[in-house]
Design a protein around this ligand. Structure first.
Ligand SMILES: [Zn+2]
Length: 288
């Protein structure tokens, strides 16, 4: 099973993209394509699919600042992305839905595009001096000519973890989630914290259980808008689960109870393969 947004086919061309002439040559490449966004969703073509155009054609449309952004090379063919001005094309559904339906390689490319475009949309003005940022490296770096500050796309590390003890694990649900969905715990890593410490703190804050050890499993870029989910299995001290106020529910589940959640007909269910949450739960379910 390939986790969505992982195994990207893109070569980010980090050694070349600082050269404006090289970026221009990518624009002029006959195979160069651009994926277009409308707000945080993919823009749609006439058939209702993602709007992907030859880069020259995309460049003639009304684009939001800073225009076309270089994403990388897929088998030598350049990919670009841009956000359209409102009203130019129809806006697609929620990006989660589009990413779930796209072939895995395209989901990676579209996810990278979304994270970068949402970052750029909030960085036209320099956060240090209020000057006007200018794009560099094909749009993957911003430079403020007034104060010289460089700005890079941000990635926010978050731990996502499955607490377990013996043959039971803890799942919870937030009130904002779709009805009946139970999943792993998650939270942002705070300054000055290791990933293991973040796992311990989140588990204590959310369900009041003490983590004995946390083992890293896998990571997943999560462009909603700019997270990197770092997946852990967390062995905890057995005890009473006391959910924090921002959880609607959290409780211990046996393996049989978790298996029952795989059947969405039961009314309670766990996230689909789209999310690393599912990978962690299946890893535990199929583990020793
Ligand atoms: Zn500045």
């Amino acid at each position: 099973m390939q986790l969505t947004f992982t195994d990207s086919p893109l070569d980010h061309a980090g050694l070349m993209r600082g050269d404006p002439a090289w970026i221009q040559a990518q624009h002029d490449h006959p195979g160069a394509r651009a994926v277009l966004f409308a707000g945080g969703s993919l823009a749609l073509d006439a058939q209702g699919g993602p709007l992907v155009l030859p880069v020259g054609e995309a460049g003639r449309l009304p684009l939001k600042w800073p225009g076309l952004v270089f994403l990388g090379l897929e088998n030598g063919a350049p990919w670009f992305a841009a956000s359209l001005e409102p009203g130019v094309a129809e806006r697609g559904p929620d990006f989660r839905m589009s990413a779930m339906q796209a072939p895995p390689e395209l989901a990676c490319i579209f996810g990278r595009a979304r994270a970068i475009l949402l970052w750029l949309a909030r960085r036209k003005v320099c956060s240090n001096c209020g000057g006007s940022n200018e794009p560099a490296d094909g749009g993957l770096r911003l430079v403020c000519p007034s104060c010289g500050m460089e700005h890079y796309p941000r990635t926010d590390p978050s731990v996502i973890l499955l607490p377990y003890a013996g043959d039971k694990c803890v799942l919870g649900r937030q009130p904002s989630w779709p009805p009946g969905m139970y999943a792993t715990l998650a939270g942002f890593v705070e300054p000055g914290e290791t990933l293991e410490a973040a796992c311990a703190r989140e588990t204590m804050e959310e369900v009041h259980l003490k983590v004995l050890s946390a083992d890293y499993v896998a990571s997943q870029p999560w462009p909603f808008p700019s997270s990197l989910m770092l997946g852990f299995m967390a062995e905890v001290e057995p005890g009473e689960v006391r959910p924090d106020d921002d959880l609607e529910d959290a409780r211990w589940f046996t393996r049989d109870e978790v298996r029952a959640l795989l059947d969405t007909e039961m009314g309670r269910w766990i996230p689909p393969h789209f999310s690393i949450s599912r990978l962690l739960i299946e890893r535990w379910l199929n583990g020793p």
